[in-house]
Design a protein around this ligand. Structure first.
Ligand code: GCW
Length: 659
């Protein structure tokens, strides 16, 4: 049995094996074939995490895995915990594995839990989306090339993929899509045999860790791959073609999860070409996959990306709501809509998408972005858990079920077809995520999907403790740094929810007007009097009306709109006074100076870590922090100067604002 790994990679939060903790373990088997595979994985993982434990075939082992009478789903119960005597109960074999990783964390991370400790996932689907291309590049990837592909071939490093799968399983992930939602020509053929021969091997690795594999498809595949003359979802020929394709996929990969679709979005083909609705498109695929019990995950990121800044009535923020709320109840039972957390695109600050709470009869997945496209490219540290918590705990203030985290489950007609997905942040870099600190986002994402009640702080503490061996005081400082990093990024970048002041295309670094006169629908409309997009019903685009009455009233009125979203919802003058008591312009100056000062403090703290963490890790974190500081200074000076020039109003504190 292969226990060690040949491809050298950071073991991340699983790097502290506990020697001689248990001398024996026993496993009560579940009967089907999948269970046997997972049993093998379990033995392998025990030998990695608790070396020297031997499997015995009687019930008096020190570590016992046994079937539970209760329905624990993919979860587990650690029911007994005395010295060398631990019992892990599960109702599905994968629960043993989750229980094992939890046990490891309790021991290696010195985590306190009360026994019996039962842990059952809050969300059914806990997914990662890869935006990896066959040429090895990753759209919005900041940690090296793809772990799956290399120059139009399958990389075939199964050792590496096993390391990846175990990391994901250890934080509770159970679904992964392995190719970019922008499905280019070559990837359109992933649904055919030659590629499937490779993909099935990847699927088997994930499957051994209880993770289902998904593929993103090109809606025009019937034309591109099938050589039909149409991809019209209402054409019986098209449906037959998809049915055959899916039969072929399941023949190779019986445990295949399903398809992920980006349609009619940013140039991708879709049902609109044929005058059909998104329900027509999704339902056709759903019916073609239904006999295999697969699902169709259909993205709601659909908007007109050829807008004009001259037309202030058109609002990209309205697009997903307007299109999909009217289709509520028309999707098949195995279709799931995947909705980005905000109405625009993963900015450092956005309101929560108004689609949550508006759909009552449609399966839903909430989509986050772990990869730091707009939040610093894994150069700048930005611990995203506080943002994700805000979204999940957001109260839509509709009657009945009103919190986003509950809406996902409760308003999905099929509970098992609901949950959370996120664009992942890993690549070929030795530490997986480019910046070591960005591992905390991957770790935390998994934990939060599993247990929605965890706090960002607890997650940060757990990550720090498992990843390093620091004295308590440094541990606390590191957690504080992570916990403030999102606010810090916001402080030196886009103020008050305005968004998109980044460099076009790459989305790193400042360019205040970079998108201002472009076609993407992301305008801040700064002029000499003020700044912000007017989205009120009274005088703007009516975006505010897409929320519940209570939220509508709150957002509609400049006096009740939360400060952090003010410029998302309204165009206000520079001397408008915020709830904080500061004017908008003074807030901009203050936050931008503060943002840079905080990064300087991070850097000073990081320098003190030399010799306290591994050298390579220290150098990595330091190098990134130095680059973050340089970027933050550019953001600060450009934004401050921009608004000084527009407004002519001086900083009250007379700090350096370039003229
Ligand atoms: O924000 C945009 C990104 C695109 C991405 C798109 C999407 C995969 O800039 O790179 O395309 O979102 O979510 O589909």
């Amino acid at each position: 049995m292969e226990v060690g790994f040949t491809t050298k990679r950071d073991l991340c939060w699983l790097k502290k094996p506990m020697q001689n903790k248990f001398s024996t373990f026993s496993v009560e088997d579940f009967k089907d074939t999948d269970a046997k595979i997972i049993h093998e994985t379990l033995c392998m993982e025990i030998s990695r995490l608790f070396p020297n434990a031997k499997e015995i075939f009687e019930a008096k082992a020190e570590l016992i895995f046994a079937k539970s009478e209760d329905d624990l789903k993919e979860g587990f119960c650690i029911s007994c915990f005395e010295n060398h005597n631990v019992r892990i109960l599960a109702s599905e074999e994968i629960g043993y594995l989750h229980g094992l990783f939890a046990l490891y964390e309790i021991l290696a991370g010195e985590r306190k839990v009360t026994i019996p400790y039962t842990s059952v996932p809050d969300q059914s689907i806990r997914m990662l989306n890869h935006w990896d291309n066959f040429d090895g590049s990753i759209e919005r990837g900041y940690a090296g090339d793809s772990i799956f592909y290399d120059r139009n071939e399958f990389r075939g490093d199964y050792d590496l993929l096993t390391q990846y799968a175990r990391l994901l399983c250890s934080v509770g992930i159970n679904a992964v899509s392995i190719n970019n939602v922008n499905v280019h020509h070559r990837e359109a053929f992933f649904i055919e045999k030659p590629a499937l021969m490779h993909i099935k091997k990847i699927a088997a690795i994930f499957s051994a860790y209880g993770i289902r594999l998904f593929l993103a498809i090109n809606f025009a595949a019937p034309i591109i791959v099938g050589k039909l003359d149409s991809a019209d979802p209402c054409d019986p020929q098209v449906k037959n073609w998809w049915t055959k394709v899916l039969d072929g996929i399941y023949e190779e990969i019986p445990q295949f999860g399903g398809l992920l679709v980006k349609a009619d979005s940013e140039g991708e083909p879709g049902p609109f070409t044929y005058g059909r609705t998104h329900a027509d498109g999704a339902n056709m695929l759903a019916s073609a996959i239904a006999s295999h019990k697969g699902v169709i995950i259909w993205r709601c990121f659909v908007y007109n990306c050829r807008q004009s800044w001259k037309d202030r009535s058109l609002d990209r923020a309205n697009a997903a709501y307007d299109l999909f709320s009217t289709l509520d109840g028309t999707f098949a039972e195995n279709v799931i809509l995947q909705i980005k957390n905000g109405p625009i695109d993963f900015q450092i600050r956005e309101p929560v998408s108004p689609l949550f709470g508006a759909l009552h009869k449609t399966n839903q997945i909430l989509e986050f972005e772990i990869t730091q496209e707009y939040t610093g490219h894994q150069i700048d540290q930005c611990y995203l858990l506080p943002m994700w918590k805000e979204v999940m705990d957001f109260d839509t203030r509709y009657e009945g079920i009103s919190l986003v985290k509950d809406i996902l489950r409760e308003y999905s007609p099929s509970r098992k077809n609901s949950g959370i997905a996120a664009v992942v942040n890993v690549g070929m870099d030795e530490n997986w995520t480019g910046n070591k600190l960005a591992q905390a986002n991957l770790f935390g994402y998994g934990l939060l999907c599993w247990d929605n009640a965890l706090s960002s702080e607890e997650i940060a503490e757990r990550w720090v403790r498992l990843s390093f061996s620091l004295e308590e005081e440094d541990e606390k400082k590191m957690v504080d740094m992570l916990m403030t990093s999102r606010e810090t990024y916001e402080n030196y970048s886009c103020p008050l929810g305005v968004g998109f002041m980044c460099k076009p295309g790459i989305h790193y670094g400042v360019d205040v007007d970079g998108y201002e006169y472009d076609r993407w629908g992301t305008y801040h409309y700064a002029d000499r009097n003020g700044v912000g997009r007017e989205r009120s019903l009274a005088t703007g685009t009516g975006y505010t009306r897409r929320y519940s009455d209570s939220r509508f009233r709150e957002y509609e009125d400049v006096n009740t709109c939360p400060d952090e979203l003010l410029l998302f919802m309204h165009h206000v003058s520079y001397d408008h006074v915020l709830h904080s008591g500061k004017t908008v312009i003074q807030h901009i100056y203050d936050t931008h100076f503060k943002g840079v000062e905080t990064v300087e403090q991070y850097l000073a703290f990081i320098r003190t870590l030399e010799g306290k963490i591994e050298k390579a890790e220290f150098e990595n974190i330091l190098e990134r922090a130095e680059r973050q500081l340089a970027a933050a200074v550019e953001w600060r000076d450009t934004i401050n100067t921009y608004f000084y020039r527009k407004s002519g109003i001086e900083d009250e504190q007379h700090r350096t604002v370039y003229a």
